[in-house]
Design a protein around this ligand. Structure first.
Ligand code: BTN
Length: 248
């Protein structure tokens, strides 16, 4: 089987530790076509960014991982995978509710609460990305969150309705595959423009804090590497990598 040409597969599980882990272990034994997806009803060890857990009650939410082989994509351009994944999640949720935005670098927010998280694990070979495992959790139907996650929210908490996980996954995949085509066509500027438009607090001055203290700044730009440029009210521009700055 040619992993780049065959139709993507969909592997559905009742339970696993983490769909990212399951996909990685599976690929050690057997190849899967590009775009294949592992989806689980429940994760016993769902992983978040920076080693946190990802909370999700059994059967309530969408938990899945996708494998890509973006072999032409330069490692220093890997942030584009965060951009298209965030955009595809945002546009999926736009179909169900309003006020969805992308909080740099790839948290999906509804107003001031996090409704979806993304964990991307890339393998670099030489100067390009040989494989990307993109894990996504979207809070659909969970009524209550119990962990110490700062500000989770689900669609059902917003609208009072229940959502079909399969329908949401299909909607996401249609949008995501279309964005991935733009990556393969190297339409990076188009992707960046759409991403910038979708950003949380993209306009005006807001409070941020870094190890030196808090300050007021506006989003000035985001580099192709994913670094955030913030401009202070005195014109000074500061540059941050992921987790080096936080919103207050
Ligand atoms: C974050 O901390 O914002 C990232 C959360 C990513 C959660 C998803 S759920 C499916 C996939 N499997 C995991 O273990 N994590 C990701």
């Amino acid at each position: 089987m040619n992993r780049n040409d065959a139709h993507p597969r969909l592997i559905c599980l009742d339970e696993t530790d983490s769909t990212n882990n399951y996909l990685r272990a599976y690929l050690k034994k057997e190849q899967l076509p590009e775009g294949s997806v592992v989806v689980a009803d429940y994760q016993t060890g769902g992983r978040g960014q920076t080693g946190n857990n990802w909370e999700s009650s059994p059967g309530m939410n969408l938990l899945f991982s996708i494998v890509l082989y973006p072999e032409q994509l330069l490692a220093n351009r890997q942030f584009v995978l965060s951009q298209i994944t965030s955009l595809a999640v945002k546009e999926t949720l736009d179909a169900y509710t309003d006020l969805i935005s992308i909080k740099w670098s790839n948290d999906i927010y509804r107003q001031n609460k996090k409704i979806s998280g993304i964990l991307i694990e890339n393998d670099v070979t030489g100067i390009t990305i040989s494989r990307s495992i993109i894990g996504i959790g979207i809070n659909l139907n969970q009524a209550l969150f119990e962990s110490d996650a700062p500000n989770p929210v689900s669609l059902t908490q917003v609208t009072g309705k229940t959502y079909d996980k399969q329908e949401a996954l299909n909607r996401f995949l249609r949008i995501f595959y279309a964005y991935y085509l733009l990556v393969l066509q190297e339409k990076f500027t188009e992707i960046k423009d759409t991403y910038m438009q979708a950003l949380y607090r993209k306009e005006g001055y807001h409070s941020f804090s870094d190890p030196a203290g808090s300050f007021s700044a506006r989003i000035y730009d985001i580099e192709t590497t994913g670094h955030l440029l913030l401009q202070l009210e005195n014109g000074e521009v500061r540059r941050y990598a992921f987790k080096e700055v936080s919103w207050e």
